[in-house]
Design a protein around this ligand. Structure first.
Ligand code: SF4
Length: 342
């Protein structure tokens, strides 16, 4: 349904030089599917979100929705308070409070979207549709008369979702949409998203720094590091045997519910911090932090290649993993045992 091809976004800055926020990102998402886009802060996932909803234009690359190139003129639209919105891909923000006008009642905020897009013809239709949207996200009709500050964080996020749904999108991009919520509210909103996906046939791109959160909702995940996708595959495949060393480290940090399994699990960590995106390392961008790095890694950037059994769609960009045809989770353990004399 969505195909992102070789997306590049560079920002020229004063002082820092050119920031390589995205460098050749490609992925696709099928209808009704949820793709989790995961990575640390600064990996480019929020830039990808802004490009998907056309808040910004890429430096180069394509975004196709049902085969239609969204960037090929005539479709440009913008999201956010008081701006025109795309009818096809909508963004749900991390902090809906920041995108809601504090002086505007919830009903007016939703009604504004309906009016701007000429989705209702009269006041009665507008009221009815606002009621439907609130019901869809599990809020009582009376919420329409309330102001954002009178709502809890979870209720505000439901309004953010209702506002995105107002234009009947095919795709929702959820950018850290659950990160600010506490655990019990997060579970409720996650259940709501699962129900909406089922009932409305929505497609989600769920963006998060937290692999543990993504696993509850995503069918497939794409792991990003410093502006590039380093691994992509079904959640089961990637979590059972993470192929990329970076994914293995992220996965190792996700707690397992069974305390016995958790205690027996070796921790796989990587050293150092994410480098500055204005000065990305040459070759594989992960090489300064990678325990498995070889001489080739500092000069040649590995391509995203198929990994494991054919037809799974699992792909990884790593010289060492590709030549060994073993996942990084195995290779890192072997490497650690070798270097600790275990
Ligand atoms: Fe590590 Fe080299 Fe693989 Fe990059 S290509 S992840 S540096 S082993």
């Amino acid at each position: 349904m969505i195909e992102v091809r070789d997306l590049v976004k560079h920002y020229r800055t004063r002082g820092r030089g050119t920031v390589h926020a995205l460098d050749g990102v490609s992925f696709s998402v099928g209808r009704g599917e949820t793709l989790g886009l995961v990575g640390e802060s600064g990996c480019g996932k929020s830039t990808a979100a802004r490009l998907l909803v056309q808040l910004e234009r890429p430096t180069s690359g394509q975004i196709l929705l049902d085969g239609r190139d969204l960037l090929a003129g005539g479709h440009r639209s913008r999201s956010g308070r008081g701006r025109r919105r795309s009818r096809t891909i909508q963004l749900v923000f991390q902090d809906p409070y920041a995108s809601l006008d504090p002086r505007q009642r919830v009903g007016d905020a939703l009604g504004e979207v309906l009016t701007v897009h000429r989705l209702v013809s009269d006041a009665a239709g507008r009221r009815r549709r606002i009621g439907e949207l609130l019901e869809m996200v599990g809020l009582p009709a009376g919420t329409a008369d309330r102001y954002p500050h009178q709502l809890s964080g979870g209720q505000r996020q439901r309004i953010g979702i209702a506002r995105a749904l107002a234009v009947e999108p095919a795709v929702l991009v959820l950018d850290e949409a659950l990160s600010a919520l506490d655990v019990s509210v997060r579970a409720e909103v996650m259940n709501l998203l699962a129900r909406l996906r089922r009932e409305l046939g929505l497609t989600y791109i769920f963006i998060s720094h937290d692999l543990g959160m993504v696993r509850h909702i995503a069918d497939r995940i794409a792991v990003m590091y410093l502006g590039q996708v380093v691994e992509i595959g079904s959640w089961d495949t990637v979590s059972d045997a993470p192929a990329h060393p970076y994914t293995a480290a992220l996965n190792s940090a996700v707690p397992v519910a069974d305390p016995v399994v958790e205690a027996a699990r070796p921790a796989l960590t990587v050293r150092g911090e994410v480098p500055d995106a204005a000065r990305p390392p040459g070759g594989c961008r992960f090489h300064p932090r990678c325990p498995l790095a070889q001489p080739i890694c500092s000069s040649v950037n590995p391509a995203l290649e198929p990994f494991g059994p054919a037809g799974t769609g699992h792909r990884v960009s790593c010289h060492v993993v590709e030549s060994a045809q073993r996942p990084a989770s195995d290779l890192l353990l072997a490497h650690r045992q070798e270097h600790s004399g275990e």
